[in-house]
Design a protein around this ligand. Sequence first.
Ligand code: ADP
Ligand code: ASP
Ligand code: MG
Length: 469
Amino acid sequence: MNIVVMKFGGTSVQDPAAIGRTAAIVAGRIAQGKSPVVVVSAMAKVTDSLLRCADIAALGEKDGSVALSAELRARHHKTAAELVKDNAALAAAIDNEFDSLDEILRGLAAIHELTPRISDLIVSYGERLSSRIVADAFRQMGMNGAHVDSREVIITDSEFQKAAPIDDIIDKRAPERLLPLVAEGKVPVMGGFIAANERGLTTTLGRGGSDFSGAIIGGALNASAIEIWTDVDGIMTADPRVCPDALRVKVISFEEAAELAYFGAKVLHPATILPAVKKNIPVFVLNSQNAACEGTRIISVAPHCKSPFKSIAVKKKLAIIDIVASRMLMTHGYMRQIFEVFDKHKCPVDMVSTSEVSVSLTVDSNAQLPEIAADLGKLADVKYEGKKALVCIVGEDIRGQNGIAAQVFSAVKHVNVRMISQGASEINMSFMIEEEDAEEAVRSLHAAFFEHPDPVVFDVDARKPLPAK
Ligand code: ADP
Ligand code: ASP
Ligand code: MG
């Protein structure tokens, strides 16, 4: 069996036309003799709407919340009706799901308390519904689509909203549940993002987590490839929304892609690469609106590239925390005490810089910042400031090259840089700036480093001219 896991994002299942394109892409893989296992996101914007339903309900506004859910119900019914002819069973299934969602929303409006566990349950409806509709649509289009509830296969810990998969269980369940279907010529269709803990309670893998679901399934089935189908031609040299002249990166290493994802390139969920690395499975990022484009191939060893960098990522909504101690900061055990505070609040730290008397750290802006600062305040003087962005430029061919840092900082010399770091992996350079400067910094770096890109690695033929000013 030549299994290929194909993950389709929200825009690739957003309406009947998109689902039609998705079906044609999957049929194309079957025609090549491959056995697809399909993972889909919720229809575009549905996750955000479900989270809004939950927030409104938690404020006690039952009617507003159920009215928003009714809009979603209508959208799903309309899509199903356009795609599937005799769709009474599908329509009943959609109604069933929305009836149970509405019951939860009414309950939430009565108790006014939204826990991470309830939030995961509410948001799970997006992928539960899209996967159902897509499986039926595939059948209508001549493929043998078989809906599989991901919560039977992807088992996680109980860290709601950012659950971690339990590999040993998934490695057993995925082949048991999916391979017999594939052997019968069926195309399993699963919802991404959603999972369950060992007690069967619904969990999620964090925003953007469907990519991770695809990779988890690909790893557990020893797939020959993991395909991430999205709305851009692949991993680009920068977010094309920020740099319209961004170029497609044809090939990139696991290490570089993981670094980019971690530092905010939304095109991949940060954990996506892990399962692929473990089993050395190539990952492809492809465009469901331009299926003829070969996309980006992510592999363990990328070819040498004459350009130092492959891509630029930006992570926003960060905060910088400055800790100043007049007593000797570097005394034994001091750093441990500081990091214990972050550990206690389960708050990951992105960047650290130290001097004789101070430590600066960057973290995601989050509601716990005042509590973290209060705990740190027991050790030293503490200040924190939000609205920061981390810009990260990645490329493994900078290893051992002299003068790269000078080129990076001369490209952004007009921007006020607060903190600088070159990761231990030596394949990225990152710096912290004000959020409002982020786009300008990315465009300046892009202009400096991607003027003459190596055609072996970048799709230079597709370069679009910058719009005239
Ligand atoms: P999906 O719903 O398919 O998962 P996402 O919206 O999560 O899609 O990710 C695709 C988006 O990622 C693109 O539309 C693009 O704006 C953004 N993006 C950010 N950085 C990059 C990059 N370096 N290359 C390509 N896309 C990027
Ligand atoms: N639907 C989820 C989200 O919007 C997961 C995903 O699309 O990857 O975050
Ligand atoms: Mg995504």
